[in-house]
Write a protein that binds this ligand. Sequence first.
Ligand SMILES: CC(C)(COP(=O)(O)OP(=O)(O)OC[C@H]1O[C@@H](n2cnc3c(N)ncnc32)[C@H](O)[C@@H]1OP(=O)(O)O)[C@@H](O)C(=O)NCCC(=O)NCCS
Length: 152
Amino acid sequence: MGLIMVEVQRPVGERRWFPFTFEEAGLGFNERWWYNNPVYPRPERTFLRVTESNSEVARVSLGDDVDIRNYAEVPPLGAIALEIRFIEVHSDHRGRGIGRTVVDLLHDRYPERRLVAFSEGADGFWSSLDWPRYLHIDPEEASRRRPLFIQP
Ligand SMILES: CC(C)(COP(=O)(O)OP(=O)(O)OC[C@H]1O[C@@H](n2cnc3c(N)ncnc32)[C@H](O)[C@@H]1OP(=O)(O)O)[C@@H](O)C(=O)NCCC(=O)NCCS
């Protein structure tokens, strides 16, 4: 699978920007995730576009400011934690191994970091990568909060 991952660059001098254009926002991707919220310099965000044969097949948003302290028995990751805030494979391309390959590409791109993700209904995906699952420390909160998965 020939996937290419490229960072979407903030336009020079722009304080507020949209990493994905209005025209491409809904094309096989969730508009709410990729267009509705403009991005500001802080907190720092990284956006990556993944293509296969020049077609966009996946998008990823990363953030440095993840707080996992309220989850039970998590390893002490500190500043090496890097959150996959959103990962989405184009709706026409799901179930082909692209999501798994994108996570492998992220490992290669950030070898010093430990990737973490709060699952939004995709526990099966994260579990299939053998990432352990963590729940909020407070059992009542745990039923409301998204489960946390951490790269082993
Ligand atoms: C979740 C998502 C990124 C997975 O990408 P994908 O390219 O379809 O996944 P892959 O083909 O690489 O599948 C890898 C494994 O995950 C499993 N899997 C994928 N999506 C799954 C899901 N939603 N639920 C359960 N298992 C899933 C596959 O069965 C496969 O398992 P296997 O290796 O044992 O066969 C993709 O379905 C997607 O974009 N979904 C909508 C957005 C989303 O939910 N993002 C995650 C938010 S935390």
